[in-house]
Design a protein around this ligand. Structure first.
Ligand SMILES: NC(=O)c1ccc[n+]([C@@H]2O[C@H](COP(=O)([O-])OP(=O)(O)OC[C@H]3O[C@@H](n4cnc5c(N)ncnc54)[C@H](O)[C@@H]3O)[C@@H](O)[C@H]2O)c1
Ligand SMILES: O=P(O)(O)OC[C@H]1O[C@H](O[C@H]2[C@H](O)[C@@H](O)[C@@H](O)O[C@@H]2CO)[C@H](O)[C@@H](O)[C@@H]1O
Ligand SMILES: [Mn+2]
Length: 462
């Protein structure tokens, strides 16, 4: 049983490998392969992965680190994809170019998300074709590569038969925070959710069968933020309490980072949205669409999330690996093993062992939300077994959410069509349709700057 990580040089690789290795008996995994187009970045991550597999956990799982697709995918059962096409340097452009024009600058939302999507569509299709060619016939690609909404729409259009499931860790990250805030165990929690990727709402959260959304709402209103007291106390102890505008990089500690810099506004925004629209718990990404003006106001166009990540997660990981290579000493806090890795490893487990466990997945609607288009890629709970997701249908969604989702879904579809056809006009219409963009003139200005910045990545637009 072979699992290949595509984007093996990712900062998330060590955490994911640890989650796989901790489930080695149920997954019956014999070999883990890392595949990347950047050999040196991946080699370094491979050094840490080797330590995790063979020193830390003492497993006999074989490790292969390669830039050769044939070696990477031959006979693989699972491919976990986590590519960042254009790396952090292009993420920085995605975030900074729109901000220069007064628009939201974000990795996966608005103009930045569309730019990232246009870089990723064809490499993703290429990956699918390589996996089809070399992997086992019943392979599964479990895809984290962002922007997952646009990537999944492109896969639906270009490779409709691919055995790919697109997923996101934000909803489970939100549930982690909710559980910490209310001091409950996440194993007791089940939730209902609907939306698009990075664009959805929790409609019910249950703990041991009891509805806890009202209690959570009270917590958020009382604290004026969705942040657990324990996170805030820990961060304060470390002298890193935020709320502070435009502050420095992340610390190694996962909890700590949520209390400062751009993450602070993520959790504050949940309160600001729920104060006005208390019915559901919003995905934090809705901030960028519902508070676009305020986001631009509190952003520093010279220092965005990409800078925080480069100075934080990326730096501490690669400096830690360098230190290990030089001294043989390892500091485990340089990588994060948690829900992100557990989620994808548990999904593989559900597919392999036909567990019918419940997961949120990005899937074609096919009537599951009756008042959304049949071919929209939506995010919904599903039971996962050996034949893939069995999506749980629901009632019609309210007009406010449906209106927002229709605008966003049409934007994503136009972008994918424009990218495939090489149509400037369609891509411009996608930019103009996005809720983060105030006028067609601004849409054109941002798009033209994006074309220049992405000339090594995007198809030509005519
Ligand atoms: N869906 C989610 O909820 C979720 C959560 C976290 C991260 N992500 C995504 O996971 C990815 C990795 O994030 P990161 O911050 O660790 O980035 P990273 O830059 O550290 O790692 C990405 C790796 O992908 C490699 N890569 C780029 N193009 C490739 C290609 N065509 N083939 C193979 N490898 C390629 C890069 O060389 C790099 O090593 C990103 O797409 C990010 O957006 C998604
Ligand atoms: O800015 P980044 O690169 O730190 O995060 C962007 C990603 O944010 C979400 O995933 C988070 C998650 O919410 C957090 O709790 C922790 O697990 O880290 C993840 C990655 O930072 C989101 O779901 C992803 O799509 C984004 O790429
Ligand atoms: Mn996500």
């Amino acid at each position: 049983m072979i699992i290949t990580l595509a984007g093996g040089g990712s900062t998330f690789t060590p955490g994911i490998v640890k989650s796989i290795a901790l489930r080695r008996e149920e997954l019956e995994v014999d070999e883990i392969r890392l595949y990347d187009i950047d050999g040196e970045r991946q080699r370094k991550v491979g050094v840490l992965v080797d330590w995790i597999l063979h020193e830390d956990l003492g497993t006999d799982i074989k490790l292969t680190v390669t830039t050769d697709p044939k070696e990477a995918f031959t006979d693989a059962s699972f491919v976990f994809a986590q590519m960042r096409v254009g790396k952090y340097a292009m993420r920085e452009q995605d975030e900074k170019i729109p901000l220069r024009h007064g628009c939201v600058g974000q990795e996966t939302c608005g103009c930045g998300g569309m730019a990232y999507g246009m870089r990723t569509i064809f490499p993703m299709v290429e990956l699918i074709d390589l996996v089809e060619k070399y992997a086992k016939d019943d392979y599964w690609i479990l895809n984290y590569s962002n922007p997952a909404a646009i990537v999944s729409e492109a896969c639906r259009v270009l490779r409709p038969d691919a055995r790919i499931i697109n997923i996101c860790d934000m909803p489970i990250a939100i549930i982690d925070v909710v559980c910490e805030a209310l001091q409950i165990d996440k194993r007791d929690v089940e939730y209902d959710y609907f939306g698009l990727n990075h664009f959805g709402w929790f409609t019910s959260i249950r703990c041991k069968g009891e509805e806890i959304l009202p209690e959570l709402r009270d917590y958020i209103m009382e604290h004026e933020i969705l942040l657990p007291d324990s996170y805030v106390k820990n961060a304060a102890k470390q002298g890193a309490m935020a709320g502070v505008k435009k502050d420095g990089g992340e610390s190694g500690a996962e909890q700590n980072r949520h209390t400062k810099g751009s993450w602070y506004y993520v959790w504050k925004g949940v309160y600001e949205i729920m104060e006005l629209f208390p019915e559901y718990l919003p995905n934090t990404y809705l901030n960028y669409y519902l508070q676009q003006k305020e986001f631009v106001e509190h952003s520093d166009p010279e220092r965005t999330r990409a800078n925080e990540v480069m100075d934080g997660r990326e730096k501490s990981l690669f400096e830690g690996i360098d230190r290990y290579e030089a001294t043989g000493e390892i500091d485990e806090s340089i990588f994060y093993a948690g829900s992100h890795g557990d989620w994808i490893a548990d999904l593989a487990l559900a597919l392999k062992n036909d567990t019918k466990a419940r997961f949120l997945v990005i899937c074609q609607n096919k009537g599951a939300i009756p008042n959304m288009p049949y071919d929209a890629m939506v995010e919904l709970p599903a039971y996962i077994g050996k034949n893939g997701p069995e999506v749980i249908s629901r009632d019609e969604i309210p007009l406010f959410q449906q209106g927002l989702m229709m605008q966003q879904v049409n934007c994503e579809k136009l972008l994918v069509e424009g990218c495939i056809e090489g149509s400037y006009e369609k891509v411009l219409k996608a930019f103009a349709l996005n809720k983060t963009v105030p006028s067609i003139k601004v849409a054109k200005e941002v798009l033209d700057d994006m074309i220049e910045a992405n000339k090594d990545y995007w198809p030509e637009l005519k």
